[in-house]
Design a protein around this ligand. Structure first.
Ligand SMILES: [Zn+2]
Length: 241
């Protein structure tokens, strides 16, 4: 007696609406998969953090080598007893082989920051071998010449410029997209104290620190950054592949 038959139609309607919603969602996904296989986006190996429970941090330096500031960085890192990962520009390795040799002789690692340092979103895919593969070859060559083999799969795009085509290219070749979790913006060459304060303000275990070769502030900031990290119980490792 108490049952109100008028309750039934809305419930059936809402079930039907749910069914339609799920079917529409599945249809959109099916279309998306068919139109653009998402493998590069989903499965491209990427490294942007060492893990939130990690006590390790990686110091990475982009745009090396630089004739004026690489020696300052090497001196600063040696004094701080830190091994870093240098994301090198292939043309720089070719122009300054003696700096490249010094980087690896000091126990640092080389990784790929492209050959001519152009934003890859502005580059035709036909030229990716020149922009990406040529730098891997230059790194391997430095290792051979220096007698300290350098094998890396780490690629960091210049200016962080990335699109679907670049990701697909990296994915097809099994490279690792090397990102970061702490970026103070030292490429604008701010003073050392500003770089150190900026890095320390966001510093956490597992961080991949992004610094640059090219300003005199960065080598001066490194001792303060390292000191603070060690005070917090963190230790430095080269960036894992
Ligand atoms: Zn760069």
């Amino acid at each position: 007696m108490s049952e109100n038959p008028s309750n039934h139609p809305p419930r059936e309607n809402s079930l039907r609406n749910w069914g339609l919603f799920v079917a529409a969602t599945l249809a959109v996904w099916a279309l998306y998969f068919w139109w653009r296989p998402p493998a590069p986006m989903l499965f491209l190996k990427r490294q942007e953090h060492l893990g939130h429970n990690s006590k390790a941090v990686s110091l990475t330096i982009d745009d090396a080598p630089h004739p004026l500031t690489t020696p300052l960085l090497l001196a600063s890192l040696k004094r701080a007893q830190v091994k870093a990962t240098f994301f090198c520009v292939g043309e720089g390795l070719r122009i300054y082989p003696e700096l490249a040799h010094r980087i690896v002789a000091d126990g640092h690692r080389l990784a790929n920051h492209s050959h001519p340092h152009h934003n890859l979103t502005t580059v035709d895919a036909d030229f990716y071998p020149h922009h990406i593969d040529a730098c891997f070859a230059a790194i391997e060559n430095v290792g051979k010449e220096a007698g300290i083999p350098q094998q890396t799969r780490l690629f960091r795009p210049p200016g962080g410029g990335l699109n679907r085509e670049v990701m697909g290219y990296l994915y097809d070749r099994g490279h690792t997209l090397a990102w970061w979790s702490n970026n103070v913006g030292d490429w604008t060459c701010p003073p050392a104290w500003k770089i150190a304060d900026g890095v320390k303000a966001n510093l956490k275990g597992g961080d991949i620190l992004l610094l640059h070769d090219g300003g005199t502030g960065t080598p001066q900031a490194i001792p303060a950054i390292v000191k603070e990290a060690r005070k917090r119980g963190l230790h430095f490792v080269v960036m894992p592949e």
